[in-house]
Design a protein around this ligand. Sequence first.
Ligand SMILES: Cc1cc2nc3c(=O)[nH]c(=O)nc-3n(C[C@H](O)[C@H](O)[C@H](O)COP(=O)(O)OP(=O)(O)OC[C@H]3O[C@@H](n4cnc5c(N)ncnc54)[C@H](O)[C@@H]3O)c2cc1C
Length: 232
Amino acid sequence: MAGARQETATARTLTLSVPGWQSHRAGQHVDVRLTAEDGYQAARSYSLSSAPGEAPQITVERLPEGEVSPYLVDVADPGDALEVRGPLGGYFVWEPDARARRPLLLVAGGSGVAPLRAMLRQRLRSGHDTPLRLLYSARSWDAIIYREELLQSGPPDVQVVLTLTRSAPDGWSGRRGRVDAAMLDEVAWTPTEQPEVYVCGPTSFVESVASTLVKLGHRSDAIRTERFGASS
Ligand SMILES: Cc1cc2nc3c(=O)[nH]c(=O)nc-3n(C[C@H](O)[C@H](O)[C@H](O)COP(=O)(O)OP(=O)(O)OC[C@H]3O[C@@H](n4cnc5c(N)ncnc54)[C@H](O)[C@@H]3O)c2cc1C
């Protein structure tokens, strides 16, 4: 592990230094395995949150009572060795397609923003002109991962829409409340514009967003999902 940056009180981005790393695709993940002194092992998947061509990064949200995430957020230090396998996964990946130029809709709940940040960074770094919208649901202002980066202004066809579900600071002019049909109807492109959709977050969030998009008329085969696990 080459570096660490605290993103929120409970989330940290780790920069990995992996000998022989041959880049990755936006949306892929790695498996991290920890081994205790008594030989007990635990492995968990973490999405790569940096763009292809950048040093590999993962962003980990600490779960109370979790086996692996508290170690990665609170204990591991730069210089420590981690056992990493990857990059893995070939379904939940996005690559700019110069021919299709379909708009890209990214919908994130909580730490589900990690692989979608890789897609956003790839879109910005590649200079490709795919119109992109990221709709990101966080509990509060303090829980927004990559906050400074996401609030930076980008090209006009790249939009970041934040919604806060539990509390919002005074003067907050963004959205409030959970991602629902009305919000998706406003933020997503219309089905006739055929956006490519990537949804990532806790399992219940992903299932709710994906089924709502289908009810709004989006094709289910245009929606790719990544489930991080049970909602806390
Ligand atoms: C493909 C993939 C990519 C992933 N990418 C990321 C990532 O980029 N960042 C990240 O933080 N996590 C990511 N996850 C989730 C991650 O793999 C772990 O499940 C998570 O860190 C919890 O591990 P733990 O050992 O700390 O908790 P565990 O010991 O496994 O679980 C502790 C408790 O939390 C509950 N729980 C398990 N997972 C979740 C969850 N996701 N949300 C809420 N409650 C949960 C369990 O039911 C249990 O009660 C990803 C999962 C998958 C499958």
